[in-house]
Design a protein around this ligand. Structure first.
Ligand SMILES: [Fe+2]
Length: 246
């Protein structure tokens, strides 16, 4: 499906130039629940450029058993993708491939034999279940820290079982875990609960990074709307993020 992304009423506002780098997206076609085809990815990349991003890091899901991606295969596909995107010309630099690793039952084995594709060559981007709390998750996160990994937790605001009234966010921050809130959470795309948590985490200075988590053109349409959203604009004006250092 190719949506008509640009019309007069819905023009991308390039406010994300202050971030420079989008460090979370699913635009490598056909490897997860993100983009399904090259033309869809190219459309999305062009739109990200028009939203002000100059570089992008793509982060396919590594999630057992749903997306059993292998690092070597993702790297090979990414290299082909880079050639195709370069030929098409998209106005945004492809700045690397990483993974979004789900902390699940297969994760302990991954931890013992690490081949992580890291964001900016340094950070392991992890996510938790969006529905159910798995036993031992915090221990695995802290274990990663102990093993010397720099860990970024993707969209901490999207886990319904982690609430602002608990001390879990605080304990993760104390352990040195970095957070990446989704821009679309700030504009309400994932509902009021995620929105409130994202605003609070960002205002506390706990979200070192922001990401688009773009999967397809529906997310891009929402990103264009978000570029006119007052909360998103306020956040970008008031806070600094580390995206540019990637
Ligand atoms: Fe994601």
């Amino acid at each position: 499906m190719l949506l008509n992304l640009f019309n007069k009423k819905n023009k991308p506002n390039p406010i994300f130039d202050v971030l420079g780098v989008d460090m979370h997206s699913h635009l490598l076609p056909g490897v997860d629940d993100g983009s399904k085809a090259l033309d869809e990815s190219i459309n999305c990349l062009r739109a990200l450029a028009q939203l002000g991003f100059s570089r992008t890091i793509i982060t396919p899901h590594f999630q057992y058993p749903r997306f059993q991606n292998k690092e070597y295969d993702i790297e090979r596909r990414y290299s082909e993708f880079c050639t195709q995107v370069k030929q098409a010309g998209v106005g945004i630099e492809l700045a690397g491939i990483a993974g979004e690793y789900r902390i699940d039952t297969g994760f302990q084995a991954r931890l013992d034999n690490p081949q992580f594709l890291k964001v900016g060559g340094r950070y392991v981007l992890v996510e938790l279940s969006l529905h159910h709390q798995l036993m031992g998750v915090d221990e695995m996160l802290f274990d990663m820290q102990m093993k010397g990994y720099d860990v970024i937790l993707a969209h901490p605001e999207r886990y319904p079982y982690i609430t602002l009234s608990s001390d879990r966010y605080e304990r993760m921050k104390d352990a040195g875990i970095l957070f990446q809130c989704n821009i679309l959470s700030l504009s309400g795309f994932y509902g009021p609960d995620a929105r409130q948590k994202a605003i609070t985490l960002v205002d506390r200075g706990w979200s070192e990074f922001l990401g688009t988590d773009t999967h397809n053109e529906i997310y891009i349409k929402a990103m264009i709307e978000a570029s006119h959203n007052r909360t998103v604009q306020r956040v970008l004006q008031r806070h600094q993020f580390l995206n540019n250092q990637l």
